[in-house]
Design a binder for this molecule. Structure first.
Ligand SMILES: Cc1cc2nc3c(=O)[nH]c(=O)nc-3n(C[C@H](O)[C@H](O)[C@H](O)COP(=O)(O)OP(=O)(O)OC[C@H]3O[C@@H](n4cnc5c(N)ncnc54)[C@H](O)[C@@H]3O)c2cc1C
Length: 373
């Protein structure tokens, strides 16, 4: 008999289990179908002793001091400012496309002229979604927008989502805007860093060795549901799966990762290089840039976008489109009917493209509003 049965040991499940144990002194059982805790943020040391993010590179960044304070109970941080380059016509240019990218692509005088035009129209430090810049009535700005759209956005988006950019919610394309700035950092959040000993060590400190938290790995919750007694269920898996896909399956995009190790100290000049127009992968990330690890070898993760097929691969990205959001809302209405006994929380349960900090903030909010009452 436990107070809470928690499905999923990602950020959502671990943050809630810890709060329930520490603040309420109540017992949870976390059921996780994978062989480890940490969800998609799980990392491990490979055979060469290099820390690898199994499910793709995870960079922590946030403007929420509350989230930083919460996680800092379980980890120290290495300062890290992520930088991304896009390989365009053989040249590596900063992404988000910014004033430095302009100078690398165009001859000096043209770059100076376009920089002035952008500054006069938008001002230094502004971020303009590419689809908005494409609407520009100024001929030269429209031409520049078209160039950036074709060279940096269009094919990357098609590879990543198998959709045209305007088929996605505007919020998705706005995540990587055109940045009227010389700041080459990928994020501008107040806090940016990596857990000093990795994400798995942080999760271990959060929920490992806690007598009030039991963890069942390699276990699908559906297989044990009838044999466990609990007061409340916290579900952080896919909401459509919970309701047996009764309105249809929610679409996701999946990925295949290749982790390659090379006999050189560093393979590329920065954390991530995007390949919008070449290869069938989207990006290559060199982990040592992120983790500040020292090792004579280096490991890169290469991401190949894939269609998501239930039972065959993992649902990584909810696909934010009106139709899918409407479908999710049908499930959300079912969830409301059982809200006294089941709490849905997380990227899969809320069908939202949350970053790690957003998922922690969401779990803390749910704890305060629906559990610690
Ligand atoms: C490739 C990639 C890169 C990312 N990079 C970043 C980044 O750089 N920065 C950032 O802030 N965020 C990033 N994210 C987002 C981040 O991974 C998520 O915000 C976070 O991991 C969500 O946590 P969660 O607990 O909601 O979900 P998850 O981590 O998905 O955890 C859910 C868990 O539930 C388990 N589960 C599901 N169904 C069942 C079942 N039936 N029975 C038992 N267990 C079940 C799953 O196995 C999983 O472990 C990235 C995501 C991806 C996919």
């Amino acid at each position: 008999m436990v107070d809470y049965l928690i499905v999923g040991a990602g950020f959502s499940g671990c943050v809630l289990a810890e709060r329930i144990a520490t603040v309420l002194g109540k017992k949870s059982l976390i059921v996780e179908k994978r062989s480890h805790i940490g969800g998609n943020a799980y990392d491990y040391y490979n055979e060469y002793g290099i820390l690898v993010h199994k499910y793709g590179p995870h960079i922590f960044h946030t403007n929420s001091q509350k989230v930083v304070d919460h996680l800092s109970q379980f980890t120290n941080w290495n300062a890290y400012q992520h930088k991304v380059l896009a390989n365009v016509d053989g040249i590596n240019i900063p992404v988000p496309f910014n004033l430095n990218s302009l100078s690398l692509i165009f001859p000096h005088e043209k770059a100076q002229h376009l920089e002035k035009l952008l500054l006069d129209n938008f001002g230094y430090g502004t971020k303009i979604p590419i689809l908005q810049l494409r609407q520009s009535t100024d001929g030269e700005l429209a031409e520049l927008a078209e160039f950036i759209y074709q060279k940096v956005f269009l094919n990357y988006t098609k590879k990543q989502w198998n959709l045209e950019p305007d088929e996605l919610d505007a919020a998705v394309t706005a995540r990587v805007p055109v940045f009227i700035s010389h700041d080459n950092r990928y994020f501008q959040d107040d806090f940016q860093g990596m857990p000093m000993e990795g994400y798995s060590a942080m999760f271990e400190r959060m929920i490992g060795n806690n007598p009030l938290i039991d963890i069942a790995l390699n276990t699908d919750y559906a297989d044990i549901l009838s044999s466990i007694q609990f007061n409340k269920l916290i579900f952080t898996g896919p909401i459509d799966e919970y309701f047996n896909y009764q309105f249809g399956a929610l679409p996701y995009r999946s990925l295949r990762f290749e982790h390659e190790t090379y006999n050189v100290e560093f393979y590329q000049e920065t954390g991530t290089i995007n390949y919008p127009n070449t290869f069938d992968y989207t990006r290559r990330t060199e982990l040592k840039h992120l983790t500040s690890q020292k090792n004579e070898r280096t490991t890169c993760t290469i991401e190949f976008p894939q269609p998501f097929i239930i039972g065959e691969n993992e649902p990584y990205y909810p696909i934010p489109q009106t139709y899918n959001n409407d479908l999710y809302n049908q499930y959300a209405r079912e969830a409301e009917k059982i809200e006294d006994s089941v709490i849905f929380c997380g990227r899969l349960a809320d069908y939202k493209y949350y970053n790690m900090d957003q998922v922690v903030a969401r779990a803390l909010h749910i704890f305060e509003k629906r559990i610690n009452i």
